[in-house]
Design a protein around this ligand. Structure first.
Ligand code: F3S
Length: 398
């Protein structure tokens, strides 16, 4: 029995009158809505679909996608884009990705393409044209993108699983509960930071607070104004050590004024000492990294420019990857940043990242990262050591 209200057309979708792909998608959305007590479905303007790497979804995931696309009748009905896969789709061979893995990976991405999900292959959809408006309902599933979409853009999404976001992309609706409701978007912890932050400090802050707040909504009072790259770093860290989907930053993020911080009783103070000790704790070794892997979440053009300026005219000692989308790289190519980085011995790697790529099978042992999310996941998901630091301290030259 379905508890949530459905319109006549939605009932017909559930009954298979619009084809099997839509029926199966409605099954997922209705089940989810009933579990979380949603009153109804709400229209969305955007979807972002995770569950792409062959490393995480495997053969079963590929079969599921090919089966779902089977009747050819259901494709994404809203602006929908894809999360990173496990390879650079075009340059996997020259970067040393395993052949069999790369072939399977391309099949998965093609299956998503059949379902109308744009093969943008990035966790920063907001940098490549999938940009909702303030207060839009959306269905995003990559956790750092969710944090950015909710917090920096002010759109409304829960942390969707890949299949739910895919179903929402196809139907164009999502169940109305959780962060789609105004009352759940208020802060429940005020965080006073008593020092200025820069670079990898933002990840350290997010890592500490994510652990404390879990799935809550922190409200930050910072000493200096973060830029959008800092906010994506902060959100990714909050979403990885905790399950934060929404945060506010005083005088910065769009809902900070209405976040209800005045009613919040829980207050924390973060000192410089705590930031420094967290930065140290995020490294699992003091060995030199054999791969520096930047771009978690996927690098913006400004971040690629920053690296190009650091390495210009020099020769990098370790291997260097900067992970980004194919769209951002195209502009980096035009600006000459890619060539500068390649001349120094680095690579601008498209589509994939250090967590979803099979880097553990590619001969690397220690990964240098400037992202607390990557520092958190590389040891657990890839079984490798990490060194956490700012870009300029990670890259060593001949
Ligand atoms: Fe994106 Fe991979 Fe980091 S998906 S947020 S670059 S772990």
């Amino acid at each position: 029995m379905i508890n949530m209200f459905l319109t006549k057309k939605e009932e017909q979708m559930c009954d298979g009158e619009f084809g099997e792909t839509i029926r199966k998608s409605m099954d997922i959305l209705v089940a989810l809505g009933d579990i979380y007590g949603a009153s109804k479905l709400v229209d969305i303007t955007s979807a972002q679909v995770s569950g792409v790497s062959y490393k995480t979804i495997g053969e079963a995931g590929l079969e599921y996608l090919e089966d779902l696309a089977g009747d050819g009748l259901g494709v994404a009905s809203v602006n929908a884009s894809l999360n990173p896969p496990g390879t650079d789709l075009d340059n996997w061979e020259e970067l040393g990705f395993p052949r069999e893995f790369a072939i399977k990976q391309n099949q998965i991405v093609d299956a998503y393409g059949e379902l109308g999900i744009a093969k943008t292959c990035t966790c920063t959809p907001y940098l490549v044209g999938n940009v909702p408006r303030f207060r839009d309902h959306i269905s995003w599933s990559e956790s750092s993108a969710v944090a950015y979409g909710n917090s920096v853009i002010g759109a409304r999404t829960n942390r969707e699983g890949g299949p739910a976001a895919l179903a929402a992309a196809i139907v164009g609706k999502t169940p109305l509960y959780g962060f789609h409701l105004e009352q759940n978007r208020k802060a429940n912890l005020v965080v006073n930071v008593n020092c200025e932050l820069k670079g990898a400090d933002f990840g350290a802050l997010g890592y500490v607070i994510g652990k404390v707040v879990g799935g809550g909504v922190p409200y930050f009072k910072l000493q200096n104004i973060p830029n959008n790259n800092d906010l994506k770093t902060l959100g990714a860290a909050l979403a990885s050590s905790g399950s934060v989907a929404l945060y506010h930053v005083e005088n910065v993020t769009p809902e900070a004024d209405i976040a209800g911080k005045g009613e919040v009783e829980d207050i924390m103070f973060i000192t410089e000492k705590e930031i420094l000790s967290t930065r140290e704790k995020l490294s699992t070794t003091d060995k030199e990294p054999d791969l520096i892997c930047l771009g978690c979440p996927h690098a913006s053009l400004e971040e690629i420019k920053q690296v190009a300026n650091i390495v210009k005219g020099k020769t990098i000692k370790n291997k260097l990857w900067i992970c980004t989308s194919v769209s951002v790289k195209a502009t980096a190519d035009r600006m000459g940043y890619t060539q500068t980085i390649e001349s120094a011995g680095g690579n601008v790697v498209c589509d994939t990242c250090m967590v979803v790529a099979p880097i553990e099978d590619m001969g690397f042992e220690v990964i240098g990262v400037n992202s607390a999310k990557a520092a958190n996941y590389v040891p657990s998901m890839c079984g490798l050591d990490v060194v956490y630091n700012d870009v300029e301290n990670l890259i060593q030259f001949e």
